[in-house]
Design a protein around this ligand. Structure first.
Ligand code: BTN
Length: 261
């Protein structure tokens, strides 16, 4: 059950105010909830009622946070940033929004804390193989709701999540200002979104390749119809597809689940 929206906590409000016009079209005050099912669902409902682009929904905890491929996203209170942004992208850029957001979150976390996450195609931010943040873009009637989950504090995650997750504070061994993380991530996304509209994606793809270069040469497998295919990752192409070498062929993998071996 969703609890009514409340006042934005001071640490978030202060950092956003300091970021000022760097937030560009994301500068309006976010809607903040102590508890929701999923911020993506709250944002989608607003979009369906005709919300303006740039509306942002943030929750302190989610009771039904979700990730890609129907997985759940553990969202304990005060441990992470659970944020959804309402976007009305021009169709040409919609397919690269997840990658633009991944690059922006990595840039923003770096600017706020010095930690430099790697990107793992298509939407993971990682440190030393552990997941730090993820992105879930969902389309709804002309809008895209861009959901971002960032693990900020060490939290009591369920055991299956705990073995593959990490947080900014765990990695740095010190406290960080989650308001600054939020503000820098939104400012970085504002820059990448404009860039995407201007150049059609070349800047986002170049930045993604830099942060994902560690994974080129790694083996992956994926389901191709009834059979499992395996190959070696070579790169990401201009449309954001993963390029995988399988014997003499180079295969473009667009969606579905890639399992990293
Ligand atoms: C993934 O890596 O699978 C994507 C995780 C996305 C989680 C965020 S938290 C805010 C927003 N609300 C949700 O229910 N999911 C996204």
């Amino acid at each position: 059950m969703n609890r009514p929206a409340g006042a934005l906590p001071d640490d978030l409000a202060t950092a956003l105010a300091q970021a000022g016009n760097r937030l560009d079209r994301f500068s309006r005050q976010p809607l903040w909830y102590p508890e929701v099912d999923s911020t993506n669902d709250v944002a989608a409902r607003l979009a369906e009622r005709g919300a303006d682009e740039g509306v942002i929904v943030i929750a302190d905890r989610q009771t039904a946070g979700r990730g890609r491929l129907g997985r759940s996203w553990a969202s304990p209170p005060e441990a992470g940033l659970y944020v959804s942004i309402v976007l009305k992208p021009v169709p040409a850029v919609a397919s690269l929004l997840t990658m633009a957001a991944g690059v922006a979150m990595a840039d923003g976390i770096g600017a706020a804390t010095g930690l430099q996450p790697r990107l793992k195609w298509p939407n993971d931010l990682q440190v030393d193989g552990r997941k730090l943040a993820g992105i879930l873009a969902e389309a709804t009637s002309g809008y895209v709701v861009l959901g971002v989950g960032i693990n900020v504090l060490a939290a009591a995650y369920p055991p299956d999540v705990a073995i593959r997750a990490t947080s900014i504070e765990t990695e740095l061994g010190r406290q960080v200002d989650r308001g600054l993380v939020l503000a820098e991530c939104l400012a970085a996304f504002a820059v990448r979104y404009r860039e995407l509209e201007r150049d059609g994606g070349s800047g986002v793809i170049a930045a993604f390749r830099t942060r994902a270069a560690w994974s080129f040469g790694r083996r992956v497998e994926w389901d191709a119809g009834a059979r499992v295919q395996t190959g070696v990752v070579e790169n990401v192409d201009e449309e954001g597809a993963l390029l995988v070498r399988t014997g003499h062929q180079r295969v473009r993998v667009r969606s579905g689940e890639v399992r990293w071996l």
